[in-house]
Design a protein around this ligand. Structure first.
Ligand SMILES: Cc1cc2nc3c(=O)[nH]c(=O)nc-3n(C[C@H](O)[C@H](O)[C@H](O)COP(=O)(O)O)c2cc1C
Length: 194
């Protein structure tokens, strides 16, 4: 079965990105994937510092998360943009996971060959689009292929219904479809390499 790890670049309670992510997660599950939704609050990590890494190694929570990442082939990521960039929380998490834990470990082991779908939400008009451009570069550098399609949600403060769906039916469908599309592509990959 296709396994997807879903995470938000915001740990804010009531995060719009977490709520948008949940819709794509529904789409991915509907398409038959097993989706693990994580909250980065459960993986508190120090700001990456090379001296700290050399003296103490990878923090335990980073090692746990890296192992989890290794056991999933797809990523669903929703992140706000902070001044046009993915959040420092997301960047810091990905930086820690990119580190080798053993001398002969292949570089970027946790990321290589994975496929991601990216999304963003913002109370502003832009919906976090600029942050996704940067996130795409970061993912590429890590060896992750990102789907060309993405979903951005502007005016997020008034976009959600009480049941979690979006008022805008077209956007709701796009978010569901993005999750489905990720699963469909991963399924083709599995077939090709089987
Ligand atoms: C440091 C900082 C910078 C921000 N920069 C942007 C920005 O560049 N564009 C934008 O649309 N919103 C920006 N925002 C507003 C966030 O989009 C808003 O806080 C949003 O609710 C965060 O997503 P969340 O609801 O998932 O936590 C910024 C917020 C902070 C704290």
């Amino acid at each position: 079965m296709i396994k997807i790890l879903a995470l938000s670049g915001s740990t804010r309670s009531g995060s719009f990105n977490q709520r948008l992510l949940d819709i794509a997660v529904t789409g991915a599950r509907h398409a038959g994937a097993e989706v693990t939704v994580i909250d980065l609050n459960d993986y508190p990590l120090p700001l990456y510092n090379q001296d700290l890494e050399y003296s103490e190694g990878m923090p335990e929570q980073a090692a746990v998360l890296k192992k989890l990442m290794l056991s999933h082939s797809g990523l669903l990521i929703a992140s706000p943009e902070y001044n046009g960039f993915p959040t420092p929380l997301l960047k810091n998490t990905l930086d820690w996971l990119s580190r080798q834990q053993a001398e002969h470990e292949p570089p970027m082991m946790a990321f290589k060959g994975k496929v991601a779908a990216v999304m963003a939400a913002s109370p502003g008009a832009g919906g976090g689009t600029r942050g996704l451009q940067v996130l795409r570069i970061l993912l590429q550098n890590l060896g992750v292929m990102a789907l060309p399609n993405q979903v951005t949600l502007g005016q997020a403060a008034t976009a959600f219904r009480e049941d979690g769906r979006l008022h805008n039916d077209e956007l709701q469908r796009s978010a569901l479809l993005l999750g489905e599309e990720l699963v469909n592509l991963l399924e083709k990959q599995v077939t090709r390499f089987d």
